[in-house]
Design a protein around this ligand. Structure first.
Ligand code: KG4
Ligand code: ZN
Length: 336
């Protein structure tokens, strides 16, 4: 029997404070507050992120409840991201959620951030059918996941060093673009030639990834060219971005095709912040047509970090009464 519920979900694993309100599996509100403070440092400063979360959390939760038209006394369960992520950031969301659970005497649910990225596909139609493969690409992770059921997932391959998002962000940094560079590379790439520069491609066995050699090759290409031409970056920015994006997508897609063939699965999804990349979205659609895949791409706001995905995951845990104890703690690193 389905238990009717109003869920409040909180996501605070990195530099976005987000709260969502769900009525069962329907998202009524999903509010995200970003943190501009990190731009001037070229990356997320963990201590500053924690402080911003403490300032944002109450107004963000208030805004989500208001937008949903739900009073806090109606909330039946409260969920938060347990990990992986920045420990100080996670602590803010988890402590807030525990406080609410305790004061309203309602269940507390903890959610794995990477599982939540995958389950973002169940917020809206069309929803993938089990089993499906999900390429989860974010700022901290790059994984090919075999999803057998809502809460039954297996990592088939992952990065041995940098994540795809880091490859975007670090390349952007080399080009002098501000953090986070992924969306800016995406923007410049639209006016550039993807074959202008040929950056190194890793040779990694099985379904694993590596981006450290690629990143070094971007750095050396730029440094070498700048010796003869100090304006090299300005003069070639669009082509550099297009070539970086093209190669990262190729590295990702080659492995995804191998996984699809190896497991004979044609239900293919992408998730995580990098799945907001327009080149990757197009490439998945094109591969889908070529290979007869059913492809699933979340709406932009459900690709990058958001509490709606935490809420939908918590909903499936709620159905199984899979509740956490108030003594459970956030974890910077966490297995599936
Ligand atoms: O999933 P996410 O929001 O946070 C983490 O859990 O890490 O992913 C953030 C990553 C960043 O590396 C950011 O540059 C990248 O997603 N990203 C993009 C785009 N939008 C966000 N990368 C390439 N193109 C984009 N349009
Ligand atoms: Zn994420």
């Amino acid at each position: 029997m389905i238990k009717d519920c109003f869920l409040l979900a909180i996501e605070s694993s990195c530099d976005d404070t987000s709260a969502a309100v769900l009525h069962n599996n329907k998202v009524l509100a999903n509010v995200v507050a970003g943190q501009d403070i990190h731009k001037q440092y070229g990356g997320v400063v963990p201590e500053l992120a924690s402080r911003e979360h403490t300032q944002n959390i109450v107004p963000v939760v208030d805004a989500a409840l208001q937008k949903a038209g739900v009073d806090k006394s109606q909330i039946t369960a409260v969920a938060c991201t347990q990990g992986p992520g920045l420990i100080g950031s996670l602590l803010v969301g988890a402590t807030f959620a525990k406080g609410l659970a305790l004061s309203f005497d309602i269940p507390f649910i903890t959610v794995h951030h990477m599982q939540a990225h995958v389950l973002a596909h169940f917020i809206e139609e069309p929803k993938p059918e089990f089993p499906f493969l999900c390429l989860t690409v974010s700022g901290g992770h790059t994984q090919i996941v075999l999803v057998e059921d809502y809460l039954k997932m297996k990592i088939l391959g992952e990065t041995l060093d940098d994540a795809a998002g880091e490859a975007f962000d670090k390349s952007a940094k080399i080009f002098g673009l501000p953090y986070p560079g992924g969306p800016l590379i995406d923007k410049h790439a639209q006016q550039g030639n993807p074959l202008a520069f040929d950056f190194a491609e890793p040779d990694i066995p099985e379904l694993n990834f590596s981006f450290s050699g690629f990143k070094t090759s971007v750095l050396y290409t730029v440094q070498r060219a700048q010796k003869n031409n100090p304006d090299f970056i300005q003069q070639n920015l669009n082509d550099l971005c297009a070539s970086v994006q093209h190669k990262i997508i190729k590295i990702l897609l080659d492995k995804l095709v191998s996984a699809s063939e190896k497991f004979n699965i044609k239900e293919i999804a992408i998730a995580g912040g990098v799945s907001a990349n327009s080149g990757l979205r197009n490439a998945i659609l094109m591969q889908g047509e070529k290979r007869n895949w059913n492809t699933y791409i979340p709406r932009f706001e459900y690709c990058t970090d958001n509490a709606a995905m935490i809420g939908i995951t918590a909903y499936y845990k709620y159905l199984q009464s899979d509740f956490a104890a108030l003594t459970d703690v956030p974890m910077a690193r966490m297995d599936f």
